[in-house]
Design a protein around this ligand. Structure first.
Ligand SMILES: C[S@@+](CC[C@H](N)C(=O)[O-])C[C@H]1O[C@@H](n2cnc3c(N)ncnc32)[C@H](O)[C@@H]1O
Length: 223
């Protein structure tokens, strides 16, 4: 499945995003989020890159985590802030939101580290060079022993599915561009990119027939 074009479209209606993303990913988004939340313990410092309307990060704060969300979209963050306004103070006060690009992570969090860094359904929105730049900054802000959790639609590795994806991309390119003005697509070669950025992939799980995959990576040990 290629969900990215439609996903970018529903981001243009942030108040409906939460409901629509569940349908669009056939429940894969929810399943991946549950697995991510299972890693969150009270007091853990979590950074969610491209946090959007806060579907994951709000739950993480309810689990007792100290949460930071970064997102480039004011309107997605506005929906998140509305949700926080109706949370009890002890939960809302555990969440810090920053409205800037993921390319500024190192600068924004100089000297700060996080135990868990997450990115859910956002890496495919980044052009390849920007994706490389973002992944390259994460090791500097990941605490020793910390985990990087990425939930996303990945470009398939096997030849036939890859050809099918290429075909669908070609057919949907023009309507996609007209609707979203972007050229986003499922993330290509994520595991290789992570390795180049200094990570070791510990596990990968596919949900909803691969509509969403969850990758857990840790920093490679230096000898
Ligand atoms: C499809 S939404 C996913 C939101 C949330 N992570 C989720 O799983 O529901 C993608 C989010 O990534 C954000 N985003 C895209 N490019 C970004 C960038 N360069 N820096 C920060 N956020 C970005 C968008 O604004 C949007 O909120």
């Amino acid at each position: 499945m290629i969900i990215y074009g439609l996903m970018k479209f529903i981001e243009q209606i942030p108040s409906r995003y939460d409901r629509m993303i569940g349908f669009l990913t056939f429940g894969g988004h929810r399943s991946a989020r549950r697995r991510m939340l299972a890693r969150v313990k009270p007091g853990v410092r979590v950074l969610d890159i491209g946090c959007g309307t806060g579907k994951f990060l709000l739950e993480a704060a309810r689990h007792g985590a100290i949460c930071t969300g970064v997102d480039a979209s004011r309107s997605m963050l506005a929906v998140f802030r509305e949700k926080l306004a109706s949370e009890p103070d002890d939960i809302a006060s555990r969440v810090t939101l920053l409205n800037h690009s993921a390319t500024l992570l190192e600068k924004s969090f100089a000297g700060e580290t996080f135990d868990i860094i997450t990115a859910s359904l956002m890496l495919g929105e980044l052009p390849p060079l920007v994706l490389t730049a973002v992944l390259g900054q994460i090791p500097q802000i990941l605490a020793p022993g910390g985990s990087l959790l990425i939930a996303d639609e990945l470009w398939p590795k096997d030849q036939w599915r890859s050809m099918l994806y290429s075909f669908i991309m070609a057919v949907t390119f023009i309507p996609n561009f007209i609707l979203t003005r972007t050229m986003i697509r499922p993330v290509k070669g994520l595991e290789e990119r992570l390795s180049e950025a200094g990570f070791e992939v510990m596990s990968r799980r596919d949900f909803a027939f691969g509509v969403v995959s969850l990758i857990e990576a840790v920093a490679k040990k230096t000898t």
